[in-house]
Design a protein around this ligand. Structure first.
Ligand code: SDX
Length: 392
């Protein structure tokens, strides 16, 4: 229509794909991993179970979960020379840039993770990255804080160990905290997969060239870093802090977001697919109130967030455009209450999304999908002849 040429619908791999991993209905606000509702998984499962479900398609038996956990723990060491790469970064480097680089650098120390022709080689690459990625993620935070690197404690659970590697301090016994662990576990589950979002599509298309799992993940981390995608959780807190510094004048920021001449957007609002509420945002909002209550924290930023949301949800501009709070709107408030620095919020998103990226990469490889090659609608010049520079 309108002179636009349609691409042959049969053209393979035009950027969309068939997948049996995550189902979401943007109109009804439904999100399911392998057929299980996100509400049920967030309430009843733990993150490692959900990771297994996403990657292998079924909830694990106790024996399968124990083996997965054991295989991951056996791979939780990181080559000492990786520290030299980390040391090359300035302390001011953004953790997402460091994490993307370290994930790619892992290939050099695990060459067998590239050519994963067999399911066994694929499984080995998967447990390696499930084990080493949290270590590297925690290292990015410790580097910024000039803290000695921590290799974790295999007697802890997967999520507990992430928190320990981030927050352990020399000469102090690390004390696990159930409230903190449960909050983190739920957040990571809620971020674990979201069908063909920007970073997952990146992982699939890079993986489709058979560049290997780690290289595909490194590309996905870079895509997630953007403020329109995973970087939004950091941008939300920066926005809420600005509103707080501005005397809590939410109306001013709502008007800025509506002003077409102002590039400001209400971060944490809107979604490419959800044109109704984001089911994850509903759960995270409730969890934020519980966690702050359980930890006895009064955070004015949560009140500002709730105030901003309630005004926006009554405002014609946002209602007409079907703009609702998304997964990033409240998540940062919980991360903050757990003492996680703002610049680490998107790293937390990546830690949650890791099993989803892995699952989508594995599905694409097992289905033997061809190399990704989206087509275009050409809107440039027609054929014309060269003109010599002196005649131009
Ligand atoms: C994630 O895809 C996924 O699944 C991603 C994710 C996942 O789990 O992987 O869910 C995670 O990335 C969530 C989104 C996080 N990003 C943000 O919160 C950044 C702020 N949001 C926007 O930039 C925007 O809403 C997007 C990028 C999320 C969605 O963009 P769309 O659907 O392409 O919307 P659009 O740019 O076409 O905007 C439609 C209209 C425009 O106005 P008009 O031109 O029609 O007048 O809505 C306006 C936009 O200006 N609009 C906003 C707005 N988002 C859209 N106006 C103010 N504030 C906003 N946040």
């Amino acid at each position: 229509t309108g002179g636009v040429t349609t691409i042959d619908p049969g053209y393979k791999n035009t950027g969309s794909c068939e997948s049996g991993i995550t189902f979401l209905d943007g109109e009804k606000g439904i999100l399911r991993y392998r057929g299980y509702s996100i509400e049920e998984l967030a309430e009843k499962a733990d993150f490692l179970e959900v990771a297994y479900l996403l990657i292998f398609g079924e909830l694990p038996t106790a024996a399968q979960l124990n083996k997965f956990d054991k295989d991951i723990k056996e791979e939780s060491h990181v080559d000492e020379d990786m520290k030299k790469i980390l040391d090359g970064f300035p302390k001011s480097a953004h953790p997402m840039g460091v994490l993307s680089s370290l994930t790619s650098a892992l290939i050099a120390f695990n060459p067998g993770s590239v050519d994963v022709a067999s399911e066994e080689a694929m499984y080995n690459a998967i447990v390696k990255i499930m084990a080493k990625f949290p270590v590297l993620a925690a290292w990015t935070m410790r580097k910024r804080k000039s803290l000695p690197l921590d290799y974790g404690d295999n007697s802890l659970g997967y999520v507990e160990n992430i928190h320990k590697m981030m927050f352990s301090r020399p000469n102090k016994t690390y004390e696990p905290n159930r409230i903190v662990n449960d909050a983190l576990d739920k957040l990571l589950i809620l971020h674990a997969d979201h069908e063909q979002n920007c970073s997952t599509s990146t992982v699939r298309i890079v993986g489709s060239s058979h560049a290997g799992l780690f290289a595909s993940l490194s590309a996905g981390i870079s895509a997630l870093w953007g403020p329109l995608h995973g970087g939004a959780n950091q941008a939300v807190i920066e926005m809420l802090e600005a509103i707080k510094a501005d005397g809590g004048d939410t109306a001013k920021y709502i008007n800025k977001a509506k002003d077409k001449d102002d590039p400001f957007r209400l971060m944490g609002f809107g979604h490419r697919v959800y044109k109704n509420f984001d089911p994850r945002a509903k759960i995270i909002k409730k969890s934020a109130e519980e966690v702050l209550g359980n930890l006895g924290i009064e955070d004015p930023v949560l009140d500002i967030a709730k105030g901003l949301a309630s005004v926006a949800l009554e405002d014609d501009y946002f209602v007409k455009r079907k703009l609702y709070p998304n997964v990033d709107f409240y998540s940062g408030i919980i991360y903050r209450s757990l003492g996680i620095p703002t610049e680490m919020f998107t790293v937390m998103f990546a830690l949650g999304r890791l099993p989803g990226w892995i699952a989508q990469w594995r599905e694409m490889r097992l289905r033997k999908e061809p190399i990704g090659r989206p087509r275009q609608i050409y809107v440039g010049e027609n054929l014309r002849s060269f003109v010599k520079v002196e005649d131009r």
